[in-house]
Design a protein around this ligand. Structure first.
Ligand code: ARG
Length: 474
């Protein structure tokens, strides 16, 4: 032990047995045992959920005649006082009591005496922690869902503003065809809508109450598990006690939804970073979302976007971490599962912050529409429009039209000019049927306006989608 770095807990040596199970134990745990065992440092985050679960449990025990009404009333009043104590920052959290469940229960008994010792009837920390954690994740889902909707609203507003503004569309990060900035924004709206869908799917499956499953086998007390489930806003009690105390799918689904959403936010962040760079200069972020360099005075770094991109790593890490914790566990509960909370708490915080930063950057950014327009036409971006004209007007098969257009692109490229700068005679030397009408399809405005297929980039389509989303998100 002397070789270990100091933890700050050296003086917490426990000589007394734990008051919750002290009957079986003569002495307390070693300092290291206590340190590796305690979760109070992080699971205190679930104090509200723990108190809500205990209040529902006590009320049900009294209704079922398992404890007296007087005891239930004392428990409820005691838990109300503890709520006030924690809110005021006066609650004495202690590591010796391991976790939030035992901290609150022990404090209750300190305050109200015997009645407090009856609260744990027909309950175990195994169903208690499963219940608290589900409640916590459910609350987190509701908060994050609202935050995703906020990012979507920000994107939809920018999409409306720039519904007709052409920009280069890319595949392979090579100029492909012109699109509109609004269309590009709405692509992310679609992704985020699916992220919300994943959260609501997860919430639906999560919303079953483990309370009353007890340690693993259920209980001999005549609990009304349907009543506690309803009181806590669950749809129903869980149907198998072994599964109920050992299932962490709800946390994994939450992390899966988080990892996918973070990946979406990271892609947008990556584009923001590219668009802000000097060779691109497609958008500008204000001082609010950039930082300067301590040595290079000209710098304006998109740190917020970079950090959103980086948070994806830790969120995905949380998912992989918990999957790995769970993969070899035999039924039912094992203490390994105490390692479920920190990844979820950390991912929830990182996701929430990423969403807030993304909403901020989307509202903040100023697209350089002139520059976007200029590059929208570069790189022979309207070559497909030329080929389509040959098919539509001259009735050439598409493959032939593709070949003709390829020769015209090569000709323009050889002379260092754009397609639209070739003369009609040049064009006719490759395909005699071409008329001057061809030039009308070679502008980026004509190109985007023609993309009227459902889901296409035409400004008219973008405006219609913006209207649809405005209504859906109102
Ligand atoms: N702190 C524990 C956890 O987070 C609570 C459940 C402990 N149960 C037990 N039988 N030791 O998982």
């Amino acid at each position: 032990m002397s070789t270990l770095p100091k933890t700050g807990n050296e003086d917490l040596r426990n000589t007394e047995a734990n008051q919750q199970w002290g009957g079986r134990f003569a002495a307390g745990p070693s300092v290291i045992m206590q340190e590796i065992n305690a979760s109070i440092g992080f699971d205190r985050k679930m104090w509200r959920q723990d108190i809500a679960g205990s209040r529902a449990h006590a009320a049900m025990l009294a209704r079922q005649g398992i404890i007296t009404q007087d005891d239930a009333a004392a428990i409820d009043a005691g838990l109300a006082q503890i709520t006030a104590e924690i809110e005021a920052g006066r609650f004495p959290f202690v590591a010796e009591l391991e976790d939030i469940h035992m901290n609150i229960e022990a404090r209750l008994t300190d305050r109200i005496g015997e009645a407090g010792k009856r609260l744990h009837t027909g309950r175990s920390r195994n169903d208690q922690v499963a219940t608290d954690f589900r409640l916590w994740v459910r609350d987190a889902i509701d908060g994050l869902d609202g935050q995703i909707a906020d990012v979507m609203r920000a994107l939809v507003l920018r999409a409306g503003e720039f519904a007709a503004a052409p920009m280069p569309g890319f595949t392979h990060l090579q100029t492909a065809q012109p699109v509109t900035f609004g269309h590009h924004m709405l692509a992310y709206v679609e992704m985020l809508a699916r992220d919300r869908g994943r959260l609501s799917d997860a919430r639906r499956r999560l919303n079953e109450c483990p309370l009353g499953s007890a340690a693993l086998a259920g209980t001999s007390f005549p609990l009304d598990r349907h009543a506690t489930a309803t009181a806590l806003g669950f749809d129903r009690p869980t149907a198998n006690s072994l599964d109920a105390v050992s299932d962490r799918d709800f946390a994994l689904e939450f992390l899966g939804a988080a990892a996918i959403s973070a990946m979406h936010l990271s892609r947008l962040a990556e584009e923001i970073i590219i668009w802000c760079s000097a060779p691109y200069r497609f958008i500008r972020l204000s001082d609010a979302y950039t930082t300067g360099s301590s040595i290079m005075p000209q710098k304006r770094n998109p740190d917020a976007a970079e950090l959103v991109r980086a948070k994806t790593g830790r969120i995905t890490g949380s998912l992989v971490g918990l999957l790995t914790v769970m993969k070899g566990l035999p039924l039912a509960y094992a203490k390994d599962m105490q390692e479920d909370k920190e990844p979820v708490f950390d991912a929830a915080d990182a996701w929430a912050l990423s969403l807030a930063a993304t909403a901020g950057m989307v509202r903040d950014m100023t697209p350089d529409t002139a520059r976007l327009r200029e590059f929208a036409g570069s790189g022979f971006a309207t070559a497909t429009d030329l080929a389509d004209w040959l098919v539509r007007v001259l009735k050439l098969p598409f493959r032939t039209a593709h070949h003709v257009t390829g020769r015209l692109v090569a000709m323009a490229e050889g002379r260092g000019i754009d397609l639209a700068d070739l003369s009609l005679t040049d064009m006719q030397s490759v395909e005699p049927g071409i008329t001057a009408e061809i030039f009308s399809v070679l502008t980026v405005e004509a190109s985007v306006a023609s993309r009227l297929s459902y889901g296409g980039t035409a400004p008219a389509n973008v405006a219609a989608q913006v209207a649809r989303w405005m209504e859906a998100l109102a």
